[in-house]
Ligand binder design. Sequence first.
Ligand code: ATP
Length: 298
Amino acid sequence: MSDELAIRLRGAVKRYGQITAVNGLDLDVPVGTCVGLLGPNGAGKSTTMRLLTAQAIADDGEIEVLGFRLPKESKAARADCGVVPQLDNLDVTLTVEQNLLVFSHLYRIPRAERKEAIERAVQMANLDARRHDKVDKLSGGMRRRLLIARALVHRPRLVLLDEPTVGLDPQVRQELWALIDALRAQGTTILMSTHYIEEAQRLADTVLIMSHGKGVAAGPPAQLVAEHAGREVLEVYGPPARLAEVQAEAAEAGLSTRRTGTSISILGVDENGHPFEGERRQANLEDVFVLLTGEEIE
Ligand code: ATP
Protein backbone atom coordinates (compact mmCIF):
# COMPACT_ATOMS: atom_id res chain seq x y z
CA MET A 1 0.00 0.00 0.00
CA SER A 2 1.18 3.50 -0.71
CA ASP A 3 0.40 6.46 1.54
CA GLU A 4 0.86 9.12 -1.09
CA LEU A 5 -0.92 7.56 -4.03
CA ALA A 6 -4.70 7.67 -4.32
CA ILE A 7 -4.49 5.37 -7.33
CA ARG A 8 -1.77 2.95 -8.30
CA LEU A 9 -1.97 0.69 -11.34
CA ARG A 10 0.80 -1.66 -12.36
CA GLY A 11 0.60 -3.69 -15.54
CA ALA A 12 -3.20 -3.59 -15.61
CA VAL A 13 -4.72 -5.66 -18.41
CA LYS A 14 -8.35 -5.96 -19.49
CA ARG A 15 -9.38 -8.05 -22.45
CA TYR A 16 -12.76 -8.32 -24.14
CA GLY A 17 -12.47 -11.42 -26.31
CA GLN A 18 -9.92 -10.60 -29.00
CA ILE A 19 -9.69 -6.95 -27.98
CA THR A 20 -7.21 -5.87 -25.34
CA ALA A 21 -8.81 -2.66 -24.08
CA VAL A 22 -6.18 -2.02 -21.40
CA ASN A 23 -2.79 -3.46 -22.19
CA GLY A 24 -0.31 -3.32 -19.32
CA LEU A 25 -1.15 0.10 -17.96
CA ASP A 26 0.84 1.83 -15.21
CA LEU A 27 -0.77 4.85 -13.58
CA ASP A 28 -0.02 6.89 -10.47
CA VAL A 29 -2.43 9.46 -9.08
CA PRO A 30 -0.82 11.26 -6.12
CA VAL A 31 -3.15 12.41 -3.34
CA GLY A 32 -4.36 15.99 -3.82
CA THR A 33 -3.63 16.17 -7.55
CA CYS A 34 -5.72 16.17 -10.69
CA VAL A 35 -4.58 13.65 -13.28
CA GLY A 36 -5.92 13.62 -16.82
CA LEU A 37 -6.16 10.48 -18.94
CA LEU A 38 -5.94 11.74 -22.47
CA GLY A 39 -6.49 9.53 -25.46
CA PRO A 40 -8.39 9.11 -28.71
CA ASN A 41 -11.55 7.04 -29.04
CA GLY A 42 -10.89 3.46 -28.12
CA ALA A 43 -7.62 4.16 -26.27
CA GLY A 44 -8.96 2.43 -23.16
CA LYS A 45 -9.86 5.40 -20.96
CA SER A 46 -13.37 4.27 -20.04
CA THR A 47 -12.21 0.72 -19.43
CA THR A 48 -9.53 2.07 -17.09
CA MET A 49 -12.23 3.98 -15.22
CA ARG A 50 -14.35 0.84 -15.01
CA LEU A 51 -11.40 -1.10 -13.58
CA LEU A 52 -11.05 1.53 -10.86
CA THR A 53 -14.67 1.13 -9.80
CA ALA A 54 -14.53 -2.66 -10.16
CA GLN A 55 -17.29 -2.53 -12.78
CA ALA A 56 -14.70 -4.38 -14.84
CA ILE A 57 -12.25 -6.89 -13.36
CA ALA A 58 -8.66 -6.86 -14.60
CA ASP A 59 -7.27 -10.00 -16.22
CA ASP A 60 -3.81 -9.15 -14.93
CA GLY A 61 -1.85 -6.54 -12.98
CA GLU A 62 -2.24 -4.70 -9.70
CA ILE A 63 -4.81 -2.04 -8.88
CA GLU A 64 -4.93 -0.04 -5.65
CA VAL A 65 -7.47 2.68 -4.92
CA LEU A 66 -7.07 4.72 -1.72
CA GLY A 67 -4.82 1.99 -0.41
CA PHE A 68 -7.34 -0.78 -1.07
CA ARG A 69 -6.53 -3.69 -3.40
CA LEU A 70 -9.03 -4.23 -6.19
CA PRO A 71 -11.16 -6.14 -6.86
CA LYS A 72 -11.03 -7.75 -3.37
CA GLU A 73 -11.49 -4.54 -1.39
CA SER A 74 -13.50 -2.64 -3.97
CA LYS A 75 -16.40 -2.01 -1.61
CA ALA A 76 -14.19 -0.17 0.87
CA ALA A 77 -12.54 1.81 -1.94
CA ARG A 78 -15.86 2.78 -3.50
CA ALA A 79 -17.23 4.14 -0.23
CA ASP A 80 -14.68 6.93 -0.38
CA CYS A 81 -14.88 7.57 -4.14
CA GLY A 82 -17.19 9.78 -6.14
CA VAL A 83 -17.89 8.46 -9.61
CA VAL A 84 -19.16 10.64 -12.44
CA PRO A 85 -20.12 8.36 -15.34
CA GLN A 86 -19.82 9.32 -18.98
CA LEU A 87 -23.50 8.64 -19.56
CA ASP A 88 -26.05 10.61 -17.58
CA ASN A 89 -27.88 8.07 -15.41
CA LEU A 90 -29.86 10.52 -13.26
CA ASP A 91 -33.41 9.57 -12.32
CA VAL A 92 -35.44 11.93 -14.50
CA THR A 93 -38.65 11.31 -12.56
CA LEU A 94 -37.10 12.75 -9.37
CA THR A 95 -36.16 16.31 -8.49
CA VAL A 96 -32.64 17.60 -8.05
CA GLU A 97 -32.87 17.24 -4.28
CA GLN A 98 -34.44 13.80 -4.46
CA ASN A 99 -31.62 12.53 -6.69
CA LEU A 100 -29.13 13.74 -4.11
CA LEU A 101 -31.15 12.20 -1.28
CA VAL A 102 -31.09 8.79 -2.95
CA PHE A 103 -27.30 8.95 -3.12
CA SER A 104 -26.99 10.20 0.46
CA HIS A 105 -28.72 6.93 1.47
CA LEU A 106 -26.58 4.84 -0.87
CA TYR A 107 -23.44 6.32 0.63
CA ARG A 108 -24.82 5.80 4.13
CA ILE A 109 -24.58 9.40 5.23
CA PRO A 110 -26.00 9.48 8.79
CA ARG A 111 -29.55 10.85 8.94
CA ALA A 112 -28.51 13.89 10.98
CA GLU A 113 -25.97 14.93 8.32
CA ARG A 114 -28.02 14.30 5.19
CA LYS A 115 -29.65 17.70 4.95
CA GLU A 116 -26.37 19.52 5.20
CA ALA A 117 -24.70 17.16 2.71
CA ILE A 118 -27.45 17.76 0.15
CA GLU A 119 -27.30 21.50 0.71
CA ARG A 120 -23.55 21.52 0.14
CA ALA A 121 -23.93 19.54 -3.09
CA VAL A 122 -26.73 21.83 -4.35
CA GLN A 123 -24.61 24.91 -3.70
CA MET A 124 -21.50 23.41 -5.24
CA ALA A 125 -23.40 22.64 -8.43
CA ASN A 126 -25.05 26.05 -8.39
CA LEU A 127 -28.51 24.48 -8.59
CA ASP A 128 -30.15 26.31 -5.71
CA ALA A 129 -32.91 27.80 -7.85
CA ARG A 130 -33.70 24.44 -9.47
CA ARG A 131 -33.59 22.16 -6.45
CA HIS A 132 -37.30 21.27 -6.62
CA ASP A 133 -37.35 20.78 -10.39
CA LYS A 134 -37.53 17.34 -11.90
CA VAL A 135 -34.37 16.37 -13.78
CA ASP A 136 -36.14 16.20 -17.14
CA LYS A 137 -36.76 19.95 -16.83
CA LEU A 138 -33.05 20.76 -16.57
CA SER A 139 -30.70 21.80 -19.36
CA GLY A 140 -27.87 19.48 -20.41
CA GLY A 141 -25.34 21.58 -18.50
CA MET A 142 -27.40 21.55 -15.32
CA ARG A 143 -27.78 17.78 -15.54
CA ARG A 144 -24.02 17.42 -15.85
CA ARG A 145 -23.52 19.64 -12.81
CA LEU A 146 -26.01 17.54 -10.88
CA LEU A 147 -24.24 14.38 -11.96
CA ILE A 148 -21.02 15.78 -10.48
CA ALA A 149 -22.77 17.06 -7.33
CA ARG A 150 -24.32 13.64 -6.80
CA ALA A 151 -20.85 12.10 -6.79
CA LEU A 152 -19.71 14.59 -4.15
CA VAL A 153 -22.55 14.22 -1.69
CA HIS A 154 -20.51 12.06 0.73
CA ARG A 155 -17.38 14.22 0.42
CA PRO A 156 -15.25 11.57 -1.28
CA ARG A 157 -11.48 11.75 -1.09
CA LEU A 158 -11.17 10.70 -4.72
CA VAL A 159 -13.37 11.69 -7.66
CA LEU A 160 -13.38 9.77 -10.95
CA LEU A 161 -14.71 11.79 -13.86
CA ASP A 162 -15.22 9.94 -17.13
CA GLU A 163 -15.30 12.45 -20.01
CA PRO A 164 -17.00 15.11 -17.87
CA THR A 165 -17.77 17.53 -20.71
CA VAL A 166 -18.21 15.28 -23.71
CA GLY A 167 -20.78 16.57 -26.17
CA LEU A 168 -21.40 19.87 -24.34
CA ASP A 169 -21.17 23.30 -25.91
CA PRO A 170 -18.12 25.44 -25.05
CA GLN A 171 -19.96 27.68 -22.60
CA VAL A 172 -21.28 24.77 -20.55
CA ARG A 173 -17.89 23.12 -20.73
CA GLN A 174 -16.32 26.18 -19.14
CA GLU A 175 -18.89 26.16 -16.32
CA LEU A 176 -17.97 22.58 -15.58
CA TRP A 177 -14.27 23.39 -15.68
CA ALA A 178 -14.89 26.00 -12.99
CA LEU A 179 -16.69 23.39 -10.91
CA ILE A 180 -13.89 20.84 -11.30
CA ASP A 181 -11.31 23.51 -10.56
CA ALA A 182 -13.12 24.45 -7.34
CA LEU A 183 -13.07 20.80 -6.32
CA ARG A 184 -9.36 20.67 -7.01
CA ALA A 185 -8.77 23.79 -4.94
CA GLN A 186 -10.41 22.02 -1.98
CA GLY A 187 -7.74 19.33 -2.20
CA THR A 188 -9.91 16.56 -3.64
CA THR A 189 -7.94 14.06 -5.69
CA ILE A 190 -9.28 13.79 -9.23
CA LEU A 191 -8.78 11.37 -12.08
CA MET A 192 -10.45 12.59 -15.24
CA SER A 193 -10.58 10.99 -18.65
CA THR A 194 -10.96 13.26 -21.60
CA HIS A 195 -10.37 13.49 -25.30
CA TYR A 196 -10.30 17.28 -25.20
CA ILE A 197 -6.74 18.57 -25.19
CA GLU A 198 -7.71 21.91 -23.72
CA GLU A 199 -9.54 20.26 -20.83
CA ALA A 200 -6.46 18.26 -19.88
CA GLN A 201 -4.17 21.24 -20.31
CA ARG A 202 -6.33 23.50 -18.14
CA LEU A 203 -7.28 21.17 -15.32
CA ALA A 204 -4.71 18.45 -14.97
CA ASP A 205 -1.55 18.70 -12.89
CA THR A 206 -0.26 15.71 -14.77
CA VAL A 207 -1.47 13.98 -17.89
CA LEU A 208 -1.14 10.39 -18.98
CA ILE A 209 -1.42 10.07 -22.74
CA MET A 210 -2.96 6.72 -23.67
CA SER A 211 -2.91 4.87 -26.93
CA HIS A 212 -4.07 1.31 -27.58
CA GLY A 213 -4.54 0.54 -23.89
CA LYS A 214 -1.12 1.75 -22.82
CA GLY A 215 0.40 4.91 -21.40
CA VAL A 216 2.75 6.46 -23.94
CA ALA A 217 3.87 9.52 -21.91
CA ALA A 218 3.16 10.99 -18.48
CA GLY A 219 3.94 14.27 -16.78
CA PRO A 220 2.80 17.87 -16.28
CA PRO A 221 1.48 19.26 -19.58
CA ALA A 222 4.23 21.89 -19.89
CA GLN A 223 6.92 19.30 -19.26
CA LEU A 224 5.47 16.92 -21.87
CA VAL A 225 5.43 19.75 -24.40
CA ALA A 226 9.02 20.75 -23.65
CA GLU A 227 10.23 17.13 -23.75
CA HIS A 228 8.48 15.94 -26.88
CA ALA A 229 7.66 18.97 -29.01
CA GLY A 230 10.25 21.56 -27.98
CA ARG A 231 9.45 25.24 -27.67
CA GLU A 232 8.39 26.29 -31.11
CA VAL A 233 6.61 24.84 -34.09
CA LEU A 234 6.67 26.12 -37.64
CA GLU A 235 3.41 25.98 -39.59
CA VAL A 236 4.06 25.71 -43.31
CA TYR A 237 1.11 26.31 -45.63
CA GLY A 238 0.88 25.45 -49.30
CA PRO A 239 -0.72 23.21 -51.89
CA PRO A 240 -0.79 19.48 -51.02
CA ALA A 241 2.12 18.60 -53.31
CA ARG A 242 4.33 21.24 -51.70
CA LEU A 243 3.33 20.07 -48.23
CA ALA A 244 4.39 16.54 -49.10
CA GLU A 245 7.79 17.88 -50.23
CA VAL A 246 8.20 19.90 -47.05
CA GLN A 247 7.37 16.85 -44.97
CA ALA A 248 10.00 14.79 -46.78
CA GLU A 249 12.62 17.54 -46.49
CA ALA A 250 11.92 17.97 -42.78
CA ALA A 251 12.24 14.22 -42.23
CA GLU A 252 15.61 14.33 -44.01
CA ALA A 253 16.69 17.15 -41.72
CA GLY A 254 15.74 14.95 -38.75
CA LEU A 255 12.72 17.06 -37.75
CA SER A 256 9.37 15.61 -36.70
CA THR A 257 6.30 16.80 -38.54
CA ARG A 258 2.56 16.48 -38.28
CA ARG A 259 0.04 17.04 -40.97
CA THR A 260 -3.02 19.13 -40.28
CA GLY A 261 -5.65 19.70 -42.95
CA THR A 262 -4.01 22.67 -44.63
CA SER A 263 -0.51 22.80 -43.24
CA ILE A 264 2.51 20.89 -42.09
CA SER A 265 3.65 21.53 -38.54
CA ILE A 266 7.39 21.14 -38.14
CA LEU A 267 8.34 20.44 -34.54
CA GLY A 268 11.55 21.27 -32.73
CA VAL A 269 12.50 24.33 -34.78
CA ASP A 270 13.76 26.17 -31.68
CA GLU A 271 17.28 26.43 -33.02
CA ASN A 272 17.89 28.33 -36.19
CA GLY A 273 19.52 26.73 -39.17
CA HIS A 274 16.73 25.09 -41.14
CA PRO A 275 15.57 26.08 -44.58
CA PHE A 276 11.82 26.28 -43.96
CA GLU A 277 9.60 29.31 -44.02
CA GLY A 278 6.31 29.55 -42.22
CA GLU A 279 4.51 30.89 -39.18
CA ARG A 280 6.11 30.23 -35.84
CA ARG A 281 3.91 29.32 -32.89
CA GLN A 282 4.39 27.85 -29.44
CA ALA A 283 4.38 24.08 -29.21
CA ASN A 284 1.38 22.67 -27.34
CA LEU A 285 -0.01 19.46 -25.90
CA GLU A 286 -1.82 18.65 -29.11
CA ASP A 287 1.53 18.48 -30.92
CA VAL A 288 2.74 15.99 -28.32
CA PHE A 289 -0.45 14.00 -28.58
CA VAL A 290 -0.34 13.69 -32.35
CA LEU A 291 3.36 12.94 -32.33
CA LEU A 292 2.96 10.11 -29.84
CA THR A 293 -0.36 8.61 -30.89
CA GLY A 294 -0.53 9.54 -34.54
CA GLU A 295 -4.10 10.69 -34.06
CA GLU A 296 -5.88 14.01 -34.28
CA ILE A 297 -8.24 14.82 -31.45
CA GLU A 298 -10.10 17.87 -30.20
P1 ATP B 1 -13.96 6.62 -25.98
O1 ATP B 1 -13.23 7.93 -25.93
O2 ATP B 1 -14.52 6.33 -27.34
O3 ATP B 1 -14.91 6.39 -24.86
P2 ATP B 1 -12.03 4.96 -24.62
O4 ATP B 1 -10.63 5.43 -24.63
O5 ATP B 1 -12.81 5.23 -23.39
O6 ATP B 1 -12.79 5.49 -25.88
P3 ATP B 1 -12.76 2.23 -24.19
O7 ATP B 1 -14.21 2.52 -24.17
O8 ATP B 1 -12.08 1.89 -22.92
O9 ATP B 1 -11.96 3.41 -24.88
O10 ATP B 1 -12.53 1.06 -25.24
C1 ATP B 1 -11.27 0.44 -25.49
C2 ATP B 1 -11.46 -0.74 -26.45
O11 ATP B 1 -12.16 -1.78 -25.77
C3 ATP B 1 -12.29 -0.39 -27.66
O12 ATP B 1 -11.75 -1.11 -28.75
C4 ATP B 1 -13.67 -0.89 -27.30
O13 ATP B 1 -14.39 -1.25 -28.46
C5 ATP B 1 -13.37 -2.11 -26.45
N1 ATP B 1 -14.39 -2.35 -25.42
C6 ATP B 1 -14.70 -1.55 -24.38
N2 ATP B 1 -15.68 -2.09 -23.63
C7 ATP B 1 -16.01 -3.27 -24.21
C8 ATP B 1 -16.96 -4.30 -23.91
N3 ATP B 1 -17.75 -4.23 -22.84
N4 ATP B 1 -17.00 -5.35 -24.74
C9 ATP B 1 -16.18 -5.44 -25.80
N5 ATP B 1 -15.28 -4.51 -26.15
C10 ATP B 1 -15.17 -3.43 -25.36
